[in-house]
Design a protein around this ligand. Structure first.
Ligand SMILES: Cc1cc2nc3c(=O)[nH]c(=O)nc-3n(C[C@H](O)[C@H](O)[C@H](O)COP(=O)(O)OP(=O)(O)OC[C@H]3O[C@@H](n4cnc5c(N)ncnc54)[C@H](O)[C@@H]3O)c2cc1C
Length: 415
């Protein structure tokens, strides 16, 4: 091992997670190479809903989940769709997902998500300020919409959770909603304003700017497919096709593809892709300041630099199946129920892979098997939200500092 000043580190995956970690480590004096087979910010970090969503840490698996499972199999228009063809491969993940829905587990998992979200806004603001793009974050919050009292009560679990952890929100009536966003349909009678959620103008730009600043500090970016690893009693490098790149440390942050790489090192992890879609509408014909979610309809709308972005839904169909853009169209149809003046003429559609563990909590951890190897993945629906905080935590973990949080909930060997 070389000294800390000259320790060489490879970070695999130039999504928002890998780019933020590479930037943090390079600043701390590591000599970092960031490797991606694609251009930086081309994966899930390209097309997410641009939301710093500090209130959205509720674990997907809940005690109430059981009742919903039949719908996920039968209704391709539902909020979660499980491809029947993929179901057999999903069973081990799904069994862990059900285990995570036990009331005792849910409370613990909520706390692990809340601990990250408590830091997320301040950390993201500080990072964006540091890399010179803090003006690309809007100060307007997010509105959670309800057509009636029944819909509001159905979302009570989430609101109670915000109370338990002391996250701010305001309940609004119909006139107050219209005063904030006049395009929202009269059918919406109640909303919750989440004032500390934020929207960024273009999530990919955050990755690109992080990479630019990383290179400015002397970091190296390489475009290559990682196909294997070199190790003796610790990690010594990565294989890139026929070549090998040596390093003292390796951080695996390849998003939803991380499990394919960790398997090559004999470390299995129950990581799945929760596929999601967006529709980017370039000339929407409306203006909005806040992002909106409508929990009963399971979609989100965000005002971005290039118009309005509509997205959401979860599709469990694996890493290799072709996108099914019918899901994007369903989401747009629902968004138009909330925003009747939304024009959908000039648009693009996109599908991305959320890296998801069955308990909704990311892994930010040293390998349990290979010294010098670290993992940062599984940030699920909140990778953009968690990136800045994750980078600090990983930076401390890797360089022997004292992370600001107890890292035990995020360990790889919890599975
Ligand atoms: C529809 C949708 C909406 C979302 N909305 C939000 C939101 O509003 N807010 C939020 O916080 N989060 C949101 N998310 C989640 C967020 O986008 C992800 O959690 C986050 O982008 C994950 O970042 P990552 O760096 O781990 O993965 P990625 O961005 O996918 O990056 C992984 C990188 O690893 C590279 N890679 C993989 N395998 C290899 C290999 N063998 N060799 C070399 N490189 C490799 C890939 O090319 C890729 O660039 C959303 C996701 C989706 C799909």
């Amino acid at each position: 091992m070389s000294t800390s000043q000259s320790t060489s580190t490879i970070v695999i995956g130039a999504g928002v997670i890998g780019a933020a970690i590479a930037y943090d480590l390079q600043k701390r004096g590591r000599s970092v190479t960031l490797i991606d087979r694609d251009a930086p910010g081309s994966g899930a970090s390209f097309g997410n809903m641009a939301s710093i969503a500090v209130t959205e840490f509720m674990p997907v698996a809940r005690p109430s989940t059981w009742k919903q499972i039949p719908g996920w199999m039968m209704d391709p228009e539902g909020p979660i769709w499980v491809s029947p063809r993929y179901m057999p491969r999903l069973i081990p993940w799904f069994l862990r997902f059900l285990a995570a829905s036990r009331p005792s587990a849910v409370r613990r998992l909520e706390a692990a998500g809340a601990a990250l979200c408590e830091h997320a806004l301040a950390d993201t603001q500080a990072l964006m300020r540091e890399i010179g793009i803090v003006d690309q974050m809007s100060n307007a919050g997010c509105l959670s919409l309800y057509a009636n009292e029944a819909e509001f009560q159905a979302d009570r679990e989430r609101i109670d959770m915000l109370d338990r952890f002391g996250f701010d929100y305001d309940v609004l009536d119909a006139p107050a909603i219209r005063a904030l966003e006049r395009e929202i349909t009269q059918k919406i009678t109640k909303a919750v304003l989440l004032p500390n959620n934020r929207t960024v103008a273009d999530p990919q730009k955050i990755v690109l700017r992080l990479v630019e600043r990383f290179e400015g500090f002397g970091g190296v970016v390489r475009r290559a497919d990682v196909t294997g690893f070199e190790r003796d009693e610790r990690i010594t490098g990565v294989r890139l096709g026929a070549g090998v790149l040596r390093a003292d440390e390796v951080v695996l942050s390849a998003g939803a593809f991380t499990a394919r790489l960790s398997k090559l090192l004999g470390e299995l992890m129950p990581l799945e892709t929760e596929r999601g879609y967006h529709t980017q509408i370039m000339a929407p014909g409306i203006e909005m300041a806040h992002s909106i979610i409508w929990p009963a309809k399971a979609f989100m709308v965000s005002p971005t630099a290039d118009g309005i972005r509509v997205g959401g839904t979860v599709e469990m169909a694996g890493l290799d199946a072709a996108p099914d853009y019918r899901r994007a169209k369903i989401t747009v149809r629902r968004a138009r129920e909330a925003l009747p003046n939304l024009k959908v003429e000039d648009f693009t559609e996109w599908m991305g892979h959320r890296p998801a563990f069955p308990d909704t909590i990311p892994v930010m951890s040293a390998s349990a098997k290979t010294p010098g190897l670290f993992y940062a993945t599984g940030h699920g629906h909140l990778g953009l939200t968690y990136a800045a905080t994750c980078a600090h935590l990983m930076g401390d973990l890797i360089t022997g500092g004292q992370p600001a949080l107890d890292m035990s909930p995020y360990r790889i060997d919890r599975f």
